[in-house]
Design a protein around this ligand. Sequence first.
Ligand SMILES: Nc1ncnc2c1ncn2[C@@H]1O[C@H](COP(=O)(O)OP(=O)(O)OP(=O)(O)O)[C@@H](O)[C@H]1O
Length: 235
Amino acid sequence: MSDNNLVLSLHNVGVNYRRQRGVWGEAFWALRDISFDLYQGDTLGIIGRNGAGKSTLLRLIAGIIQPDKGKIIYDTSHQIGLLSLQLGFVPYLTGRENAILSGILLGLRKKEIKARMNSIIEFSELGNFIDQPIATYSSGMLARLGFAVAFQADPDVLLIDEILGVGDAEFHQKSTRMMQEKIRSHKAIVFVSHNSQLVQQLCNRVVWVEEGVTRMQGNTAEVLQAYHRFLHLGE
Ligand SMILES: Nc1ncnc2c1ncn2[C@@H]1O[C@H](COP(=O)(O)OP(=O)(O)OP(=O)(O)O)[C@@H](O)[C@H]1O
């Protein structure tokens, strides 16, 4: 990549899920035409209605799924970490084992994760539950564990999927503070959220996805305003 600050770039990207229909599968384009750039220091908000394709977009950036059309160009000097509740965790393993596993997925060595385990336990407030299978955890406990591991792994690009929408008020405050710290440290962050207030507070740019297409992108206030007008008019 010629621009040093460019972390990744999506060019007319599309993702196709096959859906079962009778005996035959049917192609369904969850993402149809998405283009945007992510720069170092950006906190990029992804907004859009339910089913617009936001989570699919994060999984795509994380490399969990591949585009079926268009292309994504990564600057290979950046390491990408996905901070998500559902991904990467194995239900029958304990919190500690899952922390090690997802730490490895986020690029840490086993030794490094073990050295940070106390901080992970402390941040996630799991106490002795850390040695219980995560199948026994509440969604708030899972959120706290996922958040703690990702912040310890400290990837250059942080992908956050609605994590701040889960857990109690105290955890919200703590995780919002952590995110603000990351923003100040000039990481690149992609933040999917339905919470416009948080997007307004945290993001410097916003991409609005509508039916798998980048409907609008740019300055946070402008995009949010257009999005709310759109929702209000019920187009
Ligand atoms: N594995 C899958 N197989 C088939 N269709 C899928 C799959 N995952 C998502 N979809 C469909 O793709 C579309 C986009 O889903 P996605 O979860 O990316 O949307 P979203 O914007 O994150 O939604 P929400 O805000 O409700 O979380 C939806 O119509 C969804 O039903």
